[in-house]
Design a protein around this ligand. Sequence first.
Ligand SMILES: Nc1nc2c(c(=O)[nH]1)N[C@H]1C(S)=C(S)[C@@H](COP(=O)(O)O)O[C@H]1N2
Ligand SMILES: [Mo]
Length: 252
Amino acid sequence: MSNLSRRKLITTGLTATAGASGLAAAARLADRYGLIPPDHGSIYGAGETLTYASQRLLTRHSLAREFPRSQISKPPFANGRPPKDEDFKRLQARGFADWRLTVDGMVARPASFSLGELRSYPSRSQITHLACEEGWSFIAEWTGVPLSHVLNIVGALPQARYVVYFSIQRRWWDSVDMADALHPQTLVTYGMNGGELPVGHGGPLRLRVPRQLGYKNVKYVTRLTVTDSLKEFGKGLGSAAPEGGYAWYAGI
Ligand SMILES: Nc1nc2c(c(=O)[nH]1)N[C@H]1C(S)=C(S)[C@@H](COP(=O)(O)O)O[C@H]1N2
Ligand SMILES: [Mo]
């Protein structure tokens, strides 16, 4: 069966099943096609699964909207204060010269990158919208190395299904599936509006996932882990967000 007709079949099946016999049946169908998000047992239940499944089928390759330079918000504003963690302050005092991004898990060549190394790789800049679930948002230009490039360097294994990312702020960690990890707009971001990424916005390093809401864009990132299962991380729901009542998949 061609990809297109298969996709059409699944989509039609999902829609019909959801209408005919409820969301649980749609979730069973989605499971068969690997379309179940890790927090499917949460309060969002089958509805969340259906959102994830239909977005994955319909918009797998679509790009987040990019804006002209004239639309950049002035002044950009930060959501929250710089980390108070001693580790962070120590690194900041040395101009982040010792900041590292460790990449481990299901990779052929685990590695640790300095900011200088990350900046030496092919970069991408894009002017996109960062939308907080609480209603406010802004447009900025973000510069970084595509996460897909980093994953190529370390040799992510074919069994990989998710990339988990961790902040120096230990309460903040999250994950994306490979569709978002390999998405061309998903950036390991070190620059904003032509300068360095300000500390208020996650400098020196954050993940930008413009296809998802603000909270998936974790700031002060120090580690990435490639995995085929999210069960071992936290409560096994894929991120800290569902533990606090937010959906793991926050597609926009
Ligand atoms: N480490 C860390 N990452 C974080 C947060 C945070 O408090 N700490 N806040 C999240 C939320 S809720 C949003 S909306 C965005 C805000 O990004 P901004 O500070 O660039 O506006 O960052 C996300 N990433
Ligand atoms: Mo947010």
